[in-house]
Design a protein around this ligand. Structure first.
Ligand SMILES: [Zn+2]
Ligand SMILES: [Zn+2]
Ligand SMILES: [Zn+2]
Ligand SMILES: [Zn+2]
Length: 341
């Protein structure tokens, strides 16, 4: 089985392996991610209901579809999938129609044609030329922007769960991730990736339900951008601003922002946070663990076994596109790291 993932993040302070500081940092990181995800999720709903006028009740929620599945007694995966595809397709079509109506005003909105048949045809031709080539990209821009916000919300929702899994907010973060994943999968789709002659699991929600990640054995030297000393022993704190004088070094790198071309002027005073410099990370080994030191060090894609896929689909998909509907379904629980002792 092949997989790719993140072994460790660099340039951010990592929580220690254990102890109260770890608990506090995990909580802080989780609440920040949850808040950001909720803000983006709310932004999607605001656009849907206030901008495009689709009542929120018309958009299925993960809770409502899950309740409906149990109420109707849909116990097989295929019965659940048929139901979910039906309700989400209906919602997606209505939303796309509303977005299109908002962006592409119908010809009669400019005023009904008053003249004869000939004038009417001319008017229609004029109206379609007005809204044709310019408005279609506008529609797809608007749609893609909504999709981008929704997917960003899902990314942060998964981060939040990874931070909060051992806290009392874990169930809240878990449910929130299901809600966002259903909105993303239902409106914009979630696909099983095909590349390098193989199918890959990339569904954020499904990967989140595999409770293991990577723990990296590493050594790193990080220096402070303000004083050049080891960041762990110098007096500067990463979350504190300091007043410094702007200076560009011999190769033109700015001491405030670290960029080669910026708007900072040499000699002027700027208030800035210290940055981590020359993060020389030496990775020694990576192991699979239930609680990775870096809570976000997780798999981003995992190869599907050919047999399991064929068994699930009843045929060889031969490279064609496969949709993932699992993010719409009721939760089927978490997978824990098998005990390998
Ligand atoms: Zn999915
Ligand atoms: Zn320093
Ligand atoms: Zn600069
Ligand atoms: Zn779940």
């Amino acid at each position: 089985m092949r997989f790719s993932g993140l072994a460790i993040r660099t340039g951010v302070p990592l929580p220690p392996a254990s102890g109260p500081t770890r608990v506090a940092m995990m909580y802080q990181g989780g609440v920040m991610a949850l808040r950001e995800s909720a803000r983006l999720y709310g932004q999607c709903y605001r656009s849907i209901s206030l901008t495009w006028g689709v009542p929120v009740a018309r958009i299925p929620s993960w809770t409502s579809t899950t309740e409906e599945i149990y109420r109707r007694g849909l116990w097989t995966t295929s019965a659940q999938r048929d139901f979910l595809v039906r309700v989400w397709t209906r919602a997606r079509r209505q939303l796309r129609r509303s977005v299109a109506a908002f962006i592409l005003p119908p010809p009669w909105s400019i005023g009904p044609p008053t003249s004869d048949q000939w004038g009417h045809r001319q008017y229609l031709a004029m109206a379609s030329s007005l809204r044709g080539p310019r408005s279609m990209p506008q529609f797809s821009n608007t749609w893609h922007e909504l999709e981008r916000v929704a997917r960003a919300s899902l990314d942060r929702a998964v981060d939040a769960y990874n931070f909060l899994e051992d806290s009392e907010l874990s169930e809240l973060a878990h449910q929130h991730a299901h809600h966002v994943a259903a909105l993303v999968g239902g409106l914009f789709g979630c696909n099983i990736e095909y590349s390098d002659d193989a199918y890959w699991e990339v569904c954020r929600l499904t990967l989140m339900h595999n409770r293991w990640g990577m723990s990296a054995g590493f050594t790193a030297t990080c220096t402070c951008s303000l004083c050049g000393q080891d960041i762990d022993s110098c007096p500067h704190l990463l979350d504190t601003r300091y007043e410094i004088t702007v200076r560009h070094d011999t190769d033109g790198t700015c001491n405030v922002c670290g960029l080669l071309s910026c708007l900072h002027v040499d000699g002027e005073a700027e208030s800035t946070f210290p940055r981590l410099l020359k993060s020389q990370l030496q990775l020694h080994e990576v192991s699979l663990v239930a609680r990775p030191r870096d809570p976000l060090a997780r798999f981003t894609r995992v190869e599907f076994s050919q047999e399991a896929l064929q068994h699930g689909l009843g045929e060889d998909p031969e490279g064609r596109e496969i949709c993932c509907y699992r993010c719409l379904h009721p939760c089927s629980g978490f997978n824990q790291l098998p005990n390998r002792d």
